[in-house]
Design a protein around this ligand. Sequence first.
Ligand SMILES: *[C@@H]1O[C@H](CO)[C@@H](O)[C@H](O)[C@H]1NC(C)=O
Ligand SMILES: *[C@@H]1O[C@H](CO)[C@@H](O)[C@H](O)[C@H]1NC(C)=O
Length: 384
Amino acid sequence: MSEPIASYLIVSLPEATDSEEWLKSNLNGGLSPVFKFKLDDFQIGTLDSLVQESEDLAKLDQQLGGSVSKIVDILSSVDPASSKSGGSSNSANLVLGKPACNYVERFSWNSSKYRLDRPIKQLVGVIANEAIALDNDVRTAYSSYQTAKSNYLAADRKKNGDLSIKSLHDIVKPEHFVLNSEHLSTVLIAVPKTLNSDFKSSYETLTEFVIPRSATVVATDNEYTLYAVTLFTKYQQEFINASREHKWHPRTDFTYSEEVLNEMRKEFDLTRATESKVRNDLLRLAKTAYSDIFSAWFHIKAIRIYVESVLRYGLPPSFECSLIKFDKTTGKNIGKAKKDLIEKYGYFGGQAFDKKGDGSNLHEFASLVDTDYEPFVLYEVEII
Ligand SMILES: *[C@@H]1O[C@H](CO)[C@@H](O)[C@H](O)[C@H]1NC(C)=O
Ligand SMILES: *[C@@H]1O[C@H](CO)[C@@H](O)[C@H](O)[C@H]1NC(C)=O
């Protein structure tokens, strides 16, 4: 998990509170910038439907936030360079072409995309469906990428691994082999460097009918020497078994073939090209998805804050919403700031719905079912 670039407290209070000045000069010792979070007027249906929406919005808010983090993880695992080079602000994380924090601090509802004359339920549906479809596309692209990457790594091991695992087709030449003999076979053995003298002193007597002094060095790398040994075909399997007991690596997967050699080269080139293409597709999609899902997430937050504010402070809607920013250095103060906020504005807790005089008190109910329930509308959000 990446460290947050910034965290925000989002607080919505009844309009008459005049909280802005207090937030600016007192909260977190006046160290935290305060931004207005602009809320439009949404089409409120019945209070019943708002209570229903409230639950759905809470889930969606969490889901889209999770989806944004997942995309950040994908981007930094697929393209680690981009997230490190950015320094303080992650260069990959742009929302509508600007750093995510700018988007958050200047958030405004996109009314050409999401028309405000639609009922809340419909708006939420449209935003959620788009974001979830995009999230699915990213997941699919990521899993294609993982497949392409593991195919490429397998092909790369074959081409560039050590002599105990790599494909030997472009190493072994016809002259290393006794070809077309009825009785004789050539066995290839990768011998760890540390076992070289063991090999030299024992291979001729490993089984019967090993051709004396037939061992030739085909290739060497840092860890292994690859030998070709010729013996009677009849003893081939026994020789292979015995060489395993000596902890040598018989390369029984190899039979000499020009065709296989060409196949292998093609496979390497193809898997490399595929990996690179799928990776670029994924990066492009993930960057777009980050921007779009992030934006959807904040539209959902805006509705959520609105709905929660109406449910707590009643009708007609009259509240003001602020964002308080905590950066890397002030982030540790966020818990204390929350406490201070609750101390200062906790008295709103008792009021929800009371002014309707119908005896229902959402605050008491909600604080029973939700242990994170705050006495007024307060959210914390991390931007990573
Ligand atoms: C609003 O949404 C439209 C359509 O998706 C998009 O082209 C435009 O950039 C968005 N504008 C803002 C300010 O978000
Ligand atoms: C070699 O080992 C395999 C399995 O370990 C065994 O099935 C086979 O019979 C052995 N062959 C000889 C010739 O020892």
